[in-house]
Ligand binder design. Structure first.
Ligand code: ATP
Ligand code: MG
Length: 437
């Protein structure tokens, strides 16, 4: 892409209410634009990042043989009445009437819709298990939409639902999804923990959350120093306190809620940290299939309710989480797997014909090698263009400047700040080596 043609409206101004780095930098670097409270438009750079995250999700879902579907965003309220969730969900569920005065909701999650799709279509244990997922816009009329993409009202979620004929099979699938989620977050280059989670009012027999470790996270976690154990601190708490809006952030030590700091899994010590919930996987059991009368016939010809699992991952929240973990004072620092463009070619002085020629040659060569490359061909000052590149966060920038007179260019590494000087004929293969995933 030529920067002179690109729609990347970078700006010096941060949103007045922004406190998180991801909110500030994704706005300033021209990734997102707020439309109204909790509603965002994704501009080209954000769209590219989202597509990358989605591709990784699709690849890992294929490995565990989960199939993609797409359910309608608008759901008949009847289904929510049938499941009994219409009141439980409260005002987060946006409701409206169509022209025939029939009540609908905007899907905040799709358990009801998925059960409705599967019931009466899967009739025998022989057709089980299945795991269906989608990547779809969700709407929740959150009380406090804030922090940019972290907590939107409209947001993108990968939501999956599995159907089983036995608890053992649900357990197997749950583990498979947990492993797939770990792979996804690892591939995104993030530091995370899978923690035991509070199952809340949905019921079910167990749940885990995928937490990206970050001081800006809203969740408090107890994590073991010696083993992989981690728990959302909610699970140690007296749930009545939670219902009374107890402020978990006031907890300074795990022993305040647990009695001691010992890991329940090993002899290690638990310590307190903060996390961003990017995924939540849940063993639902038969809660929804009973409410919605979703049944199949077992080996003995007996009618049974489907045993279900549900698996969510916050795709748009992940974009924010990546930046929470990967930024500095100057802007975003994209990981290799998620960078909207891996490489930026900087023409320092557009009036220097030799600089332009080399930049054009490299641009074509990298493009032909399927490297996502930006060519900064704007008639702007070098300092301004470099600041812009810092803000956007290209992992690498090839700087074509004064050194070209000696046959040299520079490769700038956004993460380390390191600049290496090398000759013009070395640059192509060097960059290819650097950007390899
Ligand atoms: P939270 O406690 O943060 O409100 P939740 O428990 O309501 O999350 P789930 O219903 O488990 O979330 O949804 C699955 C995933 O969708 C979450 O793990 C999170 O990554 C994402 N998510 C939920 N609500 C939002 C939101 N308002 N904006 C962006 N992502 C969200
Ligand atoms: Mg929520």
């Amino acid at each position: 892409m030529r920067r002179s043609r690109a729609f990347i409206p970078t700006t010096k101004e941060a949103p007045s209410d922004a406190v998180l780095a991801s909110h500030i930098f994704l706005t300033r670097a021209g990734f997102i634009s707020q439309v109204a409270s909790g509603l965002y438009s994704y501009m080209p750079l954000a769209k590219k990042v989202i597509n990358k995250i989605e591709n990784i999700i699709h690849e890992e879902m294929a490995v565990i043989e989960a199939e993609e579907v797409e359910l309608s965003f608008v759901a008949p309220a009847d289904l929510w009445i049938e499941s009994g969730r219409i009141d439980k969900f409260g005002k987060e569920l946006l409701r409206f009437y169509d022209r025939k005065e029939k009540l609908f909701v905007l899907g905040p999650t799709h358990e009801e819709m998925m059960v409705d799709l599967v019931r009466n279509r899967i009739r025998s244990y022989k057709q089980l298990p299945i795991n269906l997922y989608q990547i779809k816009t969700k709407f929740r009329d959150e009380v406090r939409p804030r922090y940019g993409l972290m907590r939107g009202r409209e947001f993108i979620m990968k939501d999956g639902y599995s159907f089983h004929a036995s608890i053992e099979d649900l357990d197997r699938e749950f583990n498979a999804v947990e492993n797939a989620y770990k792979k996804i977050i690892t591939r995104l280059g993030l530091d995370f923990r899978v923690v035991e989670a509070y199952s809340g009012s949905i019921g079910g027999t167990g749940s885990k959350e995928i937490m990206v470790i970050s001081d800006s996270g809203e969740d408090s976690l107890a994590i073991c120093d010696s083993c992989e154990y981690g728990a959302n601190i909610e699970i140690f708490m007296d749930m009545q306190k939670l219902d009374e809006d107890f402020d978990i952030s006031t907890i300074k030590d795990i022993s305040e809620v647990k009695g001691d700091n010992n890991c329940p899994n090993c002899s290690g010590k638990l310590s307190l940290t903060k996390g961003i919930e990017v995924g939540h996987i849940f063993k639902l059991g038969t809660t929804y299939s009973e409410a919605l009368k979703a049944e199949y016939l077992d080996e003995n010809g007996r009618t049974r309710h489907f045993i279900m699992g549900t698996y969510g991952m916050g795709v748009s929240r992940l974009v924010a989480a990546i930046i929470e973990q990967n930024h500095d004072d100057n802007g975003c620092i994209w990981t290799k797997e998620t960078a909207p463009y891996m490489l930026n070619i900087m023409i320092s002085n557009i009036k220097e014909e030799s600089q332009v020629d080399l930049a054009e040659q490299l641009y074509i060569k990298f493009s032909e090698a399927n490297v996502e490359v930006m060519l900064d061909d704007r008639k702007e000052r070098f300092g301004f263009k470099m600041k812009d590149a810092e803000l956007i966060g290209f992992p690498y920038t090839v700087i074509i400047g004064k050194e070209l007179a000696n046959g040299n260019v520079q490769i700038y590494n956004r993460k380390t700040g390191e600049k290496i000087t090398l000759s013009t004929d070395e640059v192509y293969s060097k960059v290819l080596g650097l950007i390899k995933i």
